[in-house]
Design a protein. Structure first.
Length: 268
């Protein structure tokens, strides 16, 4: 079996949702504009580092969704997101704080690891390069609100960065956050991941998660306290409530589990 960070985080968020997605084959319909925007924008970043016309790449990619039936947040439109994307690309180029040497080899870098039980863990690092002159692994994020920066060190607890540090052995990590707000902004956030954190993450993967998955333990566990209860925003709510209307609105079903499920990692 091949596992990815997306699978592990889904199991930790709620084991029942993992079962719906990876065993029963239910997938969330793509109705959120932000996810498609993020994919298009990351492809444009790739073009930027390959010294291609990143604005044209973004226009072409995002143009494919011009007539898509997305749910836009209040005040958002396809046009508005197009302008935000172009503005963010221009700001990123002006800032000039990120370097990727050999972009063909150091963007979407595949890392894998064989686990104790023989399963494989696969991750795709968005980039390996330098932020403000510091060599590090890099994750791009597109979002509508700023990432919290305080207290100092908060980012070193980010589980996705810890995962990527664990699988790559790279200690220094950075999040480059593209914030789609009224005046678009870019955050360049760095963290150092310790050896102890990497070892703990390895145990979390193998002992707490994969052992439980392979033992068939998929109890619902959504978090409890309103409004943090994960059920409120869970795409699988219709299945848990046996509400056919909600299921039809949010999900599509493909046939069972697939050895290629780890490819979800590429859009996370
Ligand atoms: S609705 Fe709640 S219990 Fe059901 S899968 Fe989602 S998070 Fe888990």
């Amino acid at each position: 079996m091949v596992y990815s960070y997306t699978q592990i985080s889904q199991y930790l968020r709620c084991p029942r949702s993992y079962r719906y997605r990876y065993l029963d084959g239910w997938q969330e319909k793509e109705t959120r504009s932000g996810m498609a925007f993020g994919r298009c924008f990351e492809n444009a970043l790739g073009a930027y580092f390959r010294e291609e016309d990143c604005g044209a790449t973004f226009f072409k990619e995002w143009g494919a969704y011009r007539d898509a039936a997305f749910e836009y947040k209040k005040g958002e439109t396809w046009d508005r997101l197009l302008h935000q994307g172009i503005h963010l690309l221009e700001t990123f180029a002006r800032d000039n704080r990120v370097r990727i040497h050999d972009p063909h080899g150091n963007l979407q870098v595949k890392k894998h690891r064989i686990l104790a039980g023989g399963s494989e863990f696969v991750a795709y690092l968005d980039a390996i390069g330098e932020v403000d002159g510091v060599p590090c692994l890099i994750d791009w994020k597109t979002t509508t609100s700023r990432y919290p920066e305080a207290p100092e060190g908060l980012l070193s607890l980010d589980p996705q960065l810890i995962c990527y540090s664990w699988i790559s052995g790279i200690l220094e990590a950075a999040l480059v956050v593209f914030v789609r707000k009224h005046a678009p902004e870019i955050q360049y956030l760095r963290a150092t991941i310790s050896e102890e954190q990497r070892q703990e993450f390895g145990r979390l993967v193998e002992e707490t998660t994969i052992n439980q998955i392979e033992a068939g333990h998929f109890n619902p566990h959504s978090g409890i306290r309103f409004p943090q209860n994960g059920c409120v925003t869970c795409p699988y709510l219709g299945l848990c409530l046996r509400n056919d209307h909600l299921v039809a609105a949010n999900l599509v079903r493909k046939a069972g589990a697939s050895n290629l499920d780890w490819l979800d990692e590429l859009v996370d």
